[in-house]
Design a protein around this ligand. Structure first.
Ligand code: HEM
Length: 381
């Protein structure tokens, strides 16, 4: 009889929980009742992230895993693909996310950050929600500018993301999910159609050309790519910034962190990682990990925060952005956003304080992503 662990949904206990998941490969249950295998040691997670015997394509699931049941227009994205198919789309998207391209985004980021902080300064002395006023607008505007997505979409996108990440298998949560998925499909399909009708100098227009002129990808792959970029980008960058800000206010060490920012940033980002697990994977063959044989088609979760906090990691690189063929395409953009948002907040508002006790901050209840629902602070110039 194999022992079953239940994966929790609380942000405050996640480090302790994932530390307990290390050691042997474990059978666990996720909210909704689905059985998974969890791997949480650095050595194993690092190797398995790049192991082609683990597929991200749901067609390799034994059928028990249902996930979000996305329609093809959202489902044909990089995080559901392997091998040549994944390589074809990734090669198309990657040039826009190289270090050189990220560097050339810097001017736009500086302009956007300047505007957002100027609007924030009008709230000096008042309580403001930094999530709404800083951590969402900067990544939303930066990624939106890169892709060519209008900024009036963000509030609804955020609501849809929240619905997806908090889906728990219940009837009500399922009803909301269907509604959110319908909205996302319609919105991204309409967006692609608008770019086709009026192309601009942005990524989405470039991908539409690659589809129409070179047939480099299908229509579903095109819409799915736009959807993944907005979701993966917005979600993670927003919560990383917010989690770092909370940590720095709580520690009282913001000034020291800002003065040694290039050395501090990596560690702070690791601690703030909103994604406890990599995307679920399915073995394409029976897979032996340590003493355990994971049957073909079962669901495997690789714990990124378990791996990063593993004492056996030594000085090996963080797995915050994954590893191997699916390594985060937006890692440089994420660094750029965090660099532009966090130090600047503490330079402009060195005495910023939480407006409520830290223990009362509310995180979304999710095993997939630990994001704050609001970040109320008092801004003092
Ligand atoms: C601090 C913020 C971020 C974190 C922690 C993060 C984390 C990750 C991780 C762990 C993966 C790999 C998932 C896996 O192998 O299962 C990933 C993939 C990805 N990320 Fe990020 N990400 C962040 C920001 C961004 C941004 C800003 C963008 C886009 C602008 C982005 C776009 C993507 C895409 C497109 C993939 C899929 C790559 C592929 O499958 O080839 N991410 N991210």
């Amino acid at each position: 009889m194999v022992e079953t662990t239940v994966i929790g949904t609380s942000a405050s206990t996640r480090w302790a929980e994932h530390a307990r998941l290390r050691g042997a490969v474990r059978r666990a249950e996720i909210p909704g009742g689905h059985q998974v295998w969890v791997v949480a040691g650095y050595e194993e997670v690092s190797a398995l992230l790049a192991d082609p015997r683990l597929s991200l394509d749901k067609r390799h699931s034994d059928g028990q895993y249902t996930g979000y049941a996305l329609p093809p227009a959202l489902d044909r994205n990089l995080l559901n693909m392997d091998g040549d198919e994944h390589g074809r789309i990734r090669r198309l998207a990657a040039p826009a996310f190289s270090r050189r391209s990220a560097d050339s985004l810097r001017a736009a980021v500086d302009r956007i950050v300047g505007e957002v902080f100027a609007a924030l300064a009008e709230n000096d002395g008042a309580t403001v929600d930094l999530l709404d006023q800083l951590c969402v607008p900067v990544p939303a505007l930066v990624i939106g500018e890169l892709l060519g997505v209008p900024d009036d979409l963000y509030p609804a996108l955020r609501d849809a993301a929240n619905t997806m990440f908090t889906f728990d298998g219940s009837k009500e949560s399922g009803r909301q999910l269907v509604q959110a998925i319908g909205w996302l499909t319609e919105t991204f399909s309409t967006l692609v159609a608008a770019k086709r009708a009026a192309p601009a100098d942005d990524l989405l227009s470039g991908w539409v050309r690659a589809r129409d002129d070179e047939e480099a990808l299908t229509e579903d792959e095109l819409v799915s790519l736009a959807f993944l970029m907005m979701m993966a980008g917005l979600e993670n960058a927003v919560f990383t910034c917010a989690n770092i800000i909370v940590a720095l206010i709580g520690s009282g060490a913001a000034a020291q962190a800002v003065s040694a920012w290039p050395q501090q940033r990596g560690g702070l980002m690791e601690q703030a990682n909103p994604l406890p697990f990599a995307f679920r994977r399915f073995p394409v063959t029976d897979l032996t990990v340590g003493e355990t044989i994971i049957p073909k088609g079962d669901t495997v979760l690789l714990s990124l925060i378990g791996a990063d906090s593993d004492p056996a990691r030594g000085d090996r690189p963080s797995l915050l952005f994954g590893r191997g063929p699916h390594y985060c395409l937006g890692a440089q953009v994420a660094d750029l956003i965090v660099d532009a948002v966090v130090p600047e907040l503490f330079v402009r508002h060195p005495r910023v304080q939480l407006a409520i006790p830290e223990a009362e901050l509310v995180y979304r209840s999710s095993w997939r992503s630990h994001g704050l629902l609001a970040l109320p602070v008092i801004l003092t110039p």
